[in-house]
Design a protein around this ligand. Structure first.
Ligand code: SF4
Length: 449
């Protein structure tokens, strides 16, 4: 096994964003803005290193405060004790960017001139391990592979798209993309597990190619220690900003029906042989094909919920639970509105009907398309500020508009087109409440704090 040589020059200190009340961090006097330079003489490259480094009983911390003063603190603690610190970023040595040129890349299908972060192509295995973002494995150095093994970075989330080497290389526009099966064998030897994703581009990696890809992945899903834990099949998303000659075809109802039939029949076989369906279709396929979504239990333990697989069924169940004990009436008249992507509107009508049975209360559900992206059917998270203004202007929005948090940049009140929440509020002249989950939506609808 090789060793990891650190390039210390690239590593910036970890900047403290918050300190948990009652934590060791608070006790030793950490303040927001302090920079953690090293732990026991080692500079952490990222949150993963940080977690490894603090798992010691004696810690020698080097800290730079906001006034530029360096502090050296030594502490004794139990091995498992955390310091209770959160940092402004997860990576202290910069993002590992993607070296592919997939023609279907959503980042390249945006208009130019927006905020810089929208154009960052993350293909960083550390973010995959920490947050479940998908990576392609095409930009890993020898050191990175050693690190994945040494720090046991499992499971990872891998964008596969195709297992046939030349097809994968064609899809990612990268000769380095051919090594996937070798990499899966390496994962198998090292007992590292992955969740896989296949973005289907009609007439490129569907049909026989899709069947081969899923079967190849399934061959790594056997035994006591399966390498591939699940596979998500998602349709390619195309916007009006893509080049005309990119050779890509949007998924339509006919294509979606074909893929559903194909993958459901494979699921049946997998289920018979191993007890698990193994490969799942994202919700979008059913919505595009105008077919009923599968039952919630068919998604088993929902391994790909964050990837839009079983997300709607799971959300509807949460809405059912949140609307079990609704009041028969409220005493002060209240009307509100809830905005979602057009693709999911029909699925959300039922819970709204239930809410609308409350006397003195009305909720209007607005399912919007996206002129911004040039998509009639769109998921909620892709709606932009401009879409909201175009779709909601002149509509009865009531006392308050419920706005799903997925439309905003995490931790900031800005949409994908750089419009701010404040700008939207002023333009629509309505009070807006950000809602995060089913319970929040029901409470928000009823005007509860
Ligand atoms: S790997 Fe992802 S980020 Fe990189 S080009 Fe392909 S789609 Fe875009």
């Amino acid at each position: 096994m090789g060793t990891i040589e650190l390039n210390y020059d690239k590593i910036k200190p970890a900047v403290v964003a918050s300190i948990e009340a009652g934590s060791i961090g608070e006790e030793i006097g950490f303040e927001v803005g302090d920079q953690l330079i090293s732990i026991n003489g080692v500079k952490p490259r990222d949150l993963i290193d940080y977690k490894f480094l603090i798992a010691e009983e004696t810690l020698k911390l080097k800290i730079l405060d906001e006034e530029g003063k360096t502090h050296k603190i030594e502490i004794e603690k139990d091995q498992d004790d955390e310091l209770g610190l959160a940092f402004t970023e997860a990576l202290f040595d910069g993002l590992k960017q993607c070296n592919n040129q997939c023609p279907f890349c959503f980042i390249d299908q945006q208009p130019s001139g927006k905020r810089k972060s929208l154009y960052l192509k993350d293909d960083d295995y550390r973010l995959s391990f920490l947050y479940g973002s998908y990576l392609t494995l095409t930009n890993l150095s020898e050191q990175d592979w050693v690190r994945i093994d040494q720090q046991r970075l499992t499971p990872l989330f891998v964008s596969v798209h195709a297992t046939e080497p030349s097809l994968r290389s064609q899809l990612l526009r990268n000769p380095k993309a051919t090594d996937l099966l070798k990499q899966l064998n390496w994962f198998s030897k090292k007992r590292i597990q992955i969740h896989a994703q296949i973005v289907v581009c009609p007439e490129i990696n569907d049909g026989k190619a899709l069947e081969k890809t899923i079967n190849d992945l399934f061959s790594f899903a056997q035994g006591d220690y399966p390498v591939v834990l699940s596979a998500a099949v998602v349709p390619v998303g195309l916007t009006r900003f893509r080049p005309r000659n990119d050779g890509l075809i949007p998924v339509d109802a006919k294509c979606a029906t074909k893929v559903i039939n194909q993958v459901e029949s494979m699921q049946k076989n997998f289920c018979e042989s191993t007890g698990s369906r193994f490969a799942w279709l994202s919700d979008e396929w059913y919505l595009i094909a105008k077919k009923t979504l599968p039952a919630l239990n068919s998604y088993e333990d929902l391994p790909q919920r964050e990837n839009g697989v079983g997300t709607i069924r799971s959300f509807l169940k949460a809405m059912d639970e949140a609307t079990i004990n609704l009041p028969k009436k409220i005493f002060q008249n209240r009307t509100c509105s809830w905005v979602v992507g057009k693709l999911v509107e029909n699925e959300l009508l039922k819970p709204c009907l239930r809410l609308n049975k409350i006397e003195n209360f009305t909720i209007h559900l607005y399912g919007l398309s996206s002129p911004y992206w040039g998509q009639e059917q769109i998921v909620t998270g892709l709606l932009t500020g401009q879409d909201l203004i175009k779709g909601l202007k002149g509509k009865n929005l009531g006392d308050e508009l419920l706005l799903p948090s997925v439309m905003l940049k995490q931790g900031e009140k800005v949409f994908l087109d750089d419009m701010t929440l404040q700008e939207l509020c002023s333009s629509l002249n309505v009070s807006i409440r950000i809602v995060y989950d089913a319970e929040d939506i029901v409470n928000g609808a009823l005007g509860k704090a």
